[in-house]
Design a protein around this ligand. Structure first.
Ligand code: ADP
Length: 137
């Protein structure tokens, strides 16, 4: 844990299409986190397969891949004290049906479509380093 710890956050295509970018970024700024880099891009199938390598064998992977490549995502590097853990807490658990109210997934996720959970954030410091390289170099 350090004051300049960094994490990778992605507002997924559902969040962009639903015009949630501003509201989501507001939550990070409210907590004092710094946006070090930010860009909009549409992910390729290859990049999604690399990013979600742990899911490639799952029967639902094609749905995740179609969704993640369906339009632009917003990628950002956030910096702050204990940022990896803090941002995972702010976004809520993967399944939006179980995500607590007050979290980003709990407040904005689509309970009718599992993969439409609005946002991704790195789940460990090691993952953050890998994902920052993946999307920003
Ligand atoms: P997280 O995004 O919370 O780190 P995972 O790495 O397990 O969670 O999953 C990556 C993404 O794949 C999820 O955010 C979600 O969009 C999608 N996903 C995960 N599990 C399922 C599932 N059972 N059915 C459909 N989509 C899923």
């Amino acid at each position: 844990m350090s004051a300049n710890e960094q994490t990778l956050v992605m507002i997924k295509p559902d969040g962009v299409k639903r015009h949630l970018i501003g509201q989501i970024i507001q939550r990070f700024e409210n907590k004092g986190l710094i946006i070090k880099e930010m860009k909009t891009t549409t992910l390729s199938n290859e990049l999604v397969a690399e990013h979600y390598a742990h899911l490639v064998q799952k029967d639902f992977f094609h749905e995740v891949s179609d969704f993640m490549t369906s339009g632009p995502s917003v990628l950002m590097i956030l910096e702050g004290d204990n940022v990896v853990e803090m941002v995972r807490t702010l976004i809520g658990v993967t399944n939006v049906v179980k995500a607590a109210p007050g979290t980003i997934r709990g407040d904005f996720g689509n309970a009718a479509v599992y993969h439409e959970n609005v946002i991704h954030a790195s789940d460990s410091i090691e993952a953050a380093q890998t994902e920052i390289k993946r999307f920003f170099s």
